[in-house]
Design a binder for this molecule. Structure first.
Ligand SMILES: Nc1ncnc2c1ncn2[C@@H]1O[C@H](COP(=O)(O)OP(=O)(O)OP(=O)(O)O)[C@@H](O)[C@H]1O
Ligand SMILES: [Mg+2]
Length: 371
């Protein structure tokens, strides 16, 4: 039998990628013209998928693309290593024409990396003793390399999970601002979740990177688009799904594309030869059961007041968390303690604001809380 045709958890590539035509065109257009961009969405809406899709196309056009994941960089040295390794591979670098390309490339860097090989590709690495000023020089040198290439072809530095940049160095937002100003033809693409952190970095008037990048905000995939995609994938997996069932999945698990795909995945696994409504509910039960131990652990770590607020929101989202009805449902003393509790839960990404309401962010956690 064919494998499960749905995919969640890691970026959606190839046949798993749906929609986002307008966002993709906006992103590509800006990168090609050297405009800086900031891509923002809640967790798991598809930022990395969109970046990878754009990068694949840019590679096909022989553009120079450097992509680093800020969150996955252990420290400044490993971040610097990623940048240097990819800078070397970028097309359009003049060192590629030299007989001794590696020494020619290293002349452009003030810091000296260790060179190892992955097959024929060199990898440049710095160890944890790399001092912060040297790391800054390295970042500036890599940006300079892109700046040189950008005179002749599109060049971009893509920094995913940028909301965590401060963890690598509180001064880095200012460094990137200075480099972006110095190299206006390079497109700096910053992507991140956790809106309040991204705002502090990019969109608040006090932010280091204020007003220097055009925002692209990812919302949910339109219901028509994601429903059609689910039906096409189901058909590819030889277990057809009606329009009504596709919309049921979207209604139960949406709006985050990851959650929709996850429910579709579980549903496909439990379904017989066609995917019907019963399979969707069985899939939901399966997904919840699978994560129950994690949910229990997270729930136990909450204070009694936080638990009551979370459970009340799982039963029914509220548009008036400060209202008397919600106070009565949670037993909290006053609107300000409700507000504080919700702020803590929101910072922990357990609750979110959707339309006008406060809701439990993860639909499977909400189902678990409802029991
Ligand atoms: N364009 C898309 N088409 C179909 N599914 C998508 C799309 N974008 C995202 N998804 C679904 O969402 C999941 C997560 O996507 P992705 O990792 O790109 O999100 P993200 O916003 O980068 O998440 P994070 O905030 O955790 O970094 C994918 O595995 C897939 O199930
Ligand atoms: Mg991502």
């Amino acid at each position: 039998m064919a494998g499960n045709p749905f995919h969640y958890g890691t970026p959606a590539e190839g046949v798993h990628f749906a929609g986002r035509e307008a966002e993709l065109a906006a992103l590509l257009g800006r990168v090609r013209t050297g405009v800086n961009v900031v891509v923002v969405s809640p967790r798991r809406y598809g930022k990395t998928s969109l970046l990878l899709r754009a990068e694949e196309q840019l590679h096909g056009e022989d553009a120079a693309v450097i992509h680093a994941n800020v969150l996955r960089s252990r420290d400044l040295a490993s971040f610097a290593s990623q940048l240097a390794t990819q800078a070397y591979r970028a097309p359009g670098g003049r060192w590629h024409r030299a007989r001794q390309a590696i020494p020619e490339f290293l002349k452009r860097l003030r810091a000296s990396p260790t060179v190892t090989f992955e097959g024929e590709h060199p990898r440049f690495s710095f160890d944890a003793s790399l001092r912060a000023p040297d790391a800054d020089d390295l970042i500036a040198d890599v940006y300079g390399v892109l700046g040189e290439i950008a005179a002749r072809r599109p060049a971009t530095l893509v920094l995913d999970e940028f909301q965590d940049i401060i963890e690598l160095g509180a001064h880095l937002p200012r460094l990137f601002k200075a480099l972006a100003d110095a190299h206006p033809k390079v497109s700096l693409v910053l992507a991140g979740s956790r809106r309040h952190l991204m705002e502090q970095l990019v969109s608040a008037p006090s932010a280091a990177l204020y007003n220097m990048a055009e925002p692209i905000t990812l919302g949910p995939l339109p219901e028509d688009v994601i429903a059609a995609h689910l039906r096409a994938r189901a058909a590819a997996g030889r277990k057809p799904m009606s329009e009504a069932v596709a919309r049921l999945i979207v209604g139960l698990a949406g709006p985050a594309p990851n959650d929709i795909q996850r429910l579709a995945y579980e549903t496909y696994d439990t379904a017989g030869t066609t995917i019907d409504e019963g399979a969707v509910y069985a899939g939901l039960t399966g997904a919840v059961a699978h994560d129950a131990p994690t949910y229990a652990e997270r729930y136990e770590a909450l204070s009694p007041g936080q638990r009551r607020v979370l459970s009340a929101l799982a039963e029914e989202p509220t548009e008036q968390p400060g209202g008397a009805a919600f106070l009565a449902r949670t037993g909290l003393a006053n609107p300000s303690s409700v507000k504080k509790t919700i702020d803590v839960l929101r910072a922990a990404e357990l609750v979110a604001n959707r339309d006008k309401a406060v809701v439990v962010a993860d639909p499977f956690l909400a189902a678990w809380l409802r029991g």
